[in-house]
Design a protein around this ligand. Structure first.
Ligand code: ZN
Ligand code: ZN
Length: 268
């Protein structure tokens, strides 16, 4: 399975997972031209996208869904609440409900879901497993708090794409008014670096070989802070895989999810 994070942050999110020429796009937080530009930069052919999955309806995750699904004539999978929230924009498009707790077979993938604590109608964390190999990618961002359900869902992944939204002290001293700060740090908001460390430490196991930090705040986080905090936590757990950080502006180079290829230490 190949994974490409086309961008991640409060101004747009999109992740492509591809196996056997069949790709799913998780979130469409960019307009169609920006998405195409990003896909080209990551050497991803958007024509291979056969299904769109949405974690929730916020515009940084769903901004471009209608024109893209129309152009590709592919179905849109999301929770019933997310589909209802976006209904006026999904007229004449094919939609499929993802259960808030459950699984769906989509091409070569098995998708499993669970609800997250976030201030959207019915937001989901999900795993995408290549059914034939068992390689599993967990995607969990826009997490106010990591619930027991999220921890259970993500416990057996070979690759984790996890939110590390803000550094606590940068959030305290950052440009946001108190009400916004409280929302970001609250149970309906976003995961801090500190909370991401705690979550990832609990999810570390021998077959976990790639961790991607995602949805970093432009104003209240820095790549080096997030990387150092989570890297230290992973080291404590004996992790010897690679730690990547997805940015807002530039797509992350696409990578293969296959355990045997990544038995090196790539913290440097
Ligand atoms: Zn978001
Ligand atoms: Zn959100």
């Amino acid at each position: 399975m190949r994974v490409a994070v086309l961008g991640s942050g409060s101004r747009g999110n999109a992740i492509v997972l591809e196996a056997d020429g069949f790709a799913v796009l998780v979130d469409v937080g960019f307009g169609i031209r920006a998405l195409q530009r990003r896909a080209r930069a990551a050497a991803v052919d958007l024509r291979t996208v056969r299904a769109v999955l949405l974690t929730h309806e916020h515009s940084d995750h769903a901004r471009g869904v209608s024109p893209l699904a129309q152009q590709l004539s592919c179905p849109i999978y999301a929770s019933p609440g997310t589909l209802a929230a976006l209904a006026p924009r999904l007229v004449d498009l094919r939609t499929r409900e993802l259960p808030a707790h459950g699984t769906a077979e989509i091409g070569p993938f098995t998708v499993s879901t669970c609800p997250t604590s976030h201030d959207a109608v019915e937001p989901l964390a999900l795993t995408v497993t290549e059914t034939c190999s068992g390689e599993r990618v967990g995607i969990a961002y826009d997490l106010g708090r990591p619930t027991p359900g999220v921890r259970r869902l993500l416990r057996d992944c070979s690759c984790l794409i996890i939110e590390a939204n803000h550094d606590d002290s940068l959030l305290r001293t950052g440009p946001y008014p108190p009400v916004v700060r409280e929302r970001i740090a609250g149970p309906g908001g976003h995961l801090s670096n500190r909370a991401a460390v705690e979550l990832v430490e609990g999810l570390c196991h021998q077959r976990l070989h790639t961790v991607v930090l995602a949805h970093l705040s432009d104003h209240c986080n820095r790549i080096d802070l997030a990387r150092r905090a989570v890297g230290n936590g992973l080291r404590r757990r004996g992790f010897r895989g690679r730690l990547l950080v997805a940015g807002q502006e530039t797509p992350l180079a696409s990578f293969q999810v296959a355990a045997e290829q990544y038995s090196f230490d790539a913290f440097g």
